[in-house]
Design a protein around this ligand. Structure first.
Ligand code: DGP
Ligand code: NA
Ligand code: NA
Length: 217
């Protein structure tokens, strides 16, 4: 029986996170996914972390540009704070039915900081607990060597082959069976198509009232 109205109040947008190494193609895939969902009439926004526009984001940006130096734990907590300062807006967008496509999230926080040698559990636990849990994490998989061959590393702090190799190892430890892995070395249109299919299924499930949850579920 279709219960008119009863589902509707629970209907919400999906929290979609894209993760991967620098130069894996996440950013172009996020914008392709955004226009494709917009075209099919979905309420959708594209977000990214770090969000460099906030006060905390400006500190992060300066750190990444090597214009400032910070203790590894201090910068880890700033990246986390940058996600916390967007949490309530994130929740209200999702509850009002807007799907969010997010370029990097807590998983980058854990992967990049643990690549420096910080303990993975320390990275995961206190700072990230209570942030909204994604409904879907898509990992665009590429080897660090292939990513480096794409060129265009912007010269920011983490954009070095040796470091990206450690980040790749961290992602491997971090990911679980719920992550969807897409081969990021496929032609851009093929990645886009696979991504869209996975995302549409998730958007549907969330629209049908799947409850929001928090990290780490
Ligand atoms: P992007 O704007 O996506 O290129 O990200 C900037 C860089 O910061 C990139 O090398 C990935 C890294 N990064 C993103 N989120 C975090 C985080 O939470 N913690 C740390 N340590 N690094 C992060
Ligand atoms: Na980058
Ligand atoms: Na990026």
């Amino acid at each position: 029986i279709h219960m008119e109205g009863s589902k509707k109040s629970d209907s919400r947008g999906a929290l979609i996170v894209l993760e991967g190494l620098d130069r894996c193609g996440k950013t172009s895939q996020c914008s392709r996914l955004l226009s494709s969902l917009e075209k099919s009439g979905h309420a959708v926004e594209s977000w990214r972390f770090p969000d460099r526009n906030t006060g905390v984001g400006k500190m992060i940006s300066s750190y990444l540009a090597n214009d400032s130096h910070l203790d590894d734990r201090a910068i880890h907590l700033l990246f986390s704070a940058n996600r916390w300062e967007k949490r309530s807006l994130m929740e209200s967008k999702l509850r009002s039915g807007t799907t969010l496509i997010v370029d990097r999230y807590s998983f980058s926080g854990v992967a990049f900081s643990s690549a420096k040698g910080l303990d993975m559990e320390w990275c995961k636990v206190a700072p990230e607990i209570g942030l909204l849990a994604p409904d879907l994490v898509v990992y665009l998989e590429i080897s660090p060597e292939q990513a480096a061959e794409r060129g265009g590393y912007g010269g920011e702090r983490y954009e070095k082959l040796e470091f990206q190799k450690r980040v790749a190892e961290s992602y491997k430890t971090l990911r679980d069976a719920t992550w969807k892995i897409i081969d990021a070395t496929l032609p851009i249109e093929d990645v886009e198509k696979q991504l869209r299919e996975i995302v549409m299924e998730c958007v549907l499930t969330c629209g049908e009232g799947k409850p929001l949850s928090e990290l780490w579920p």
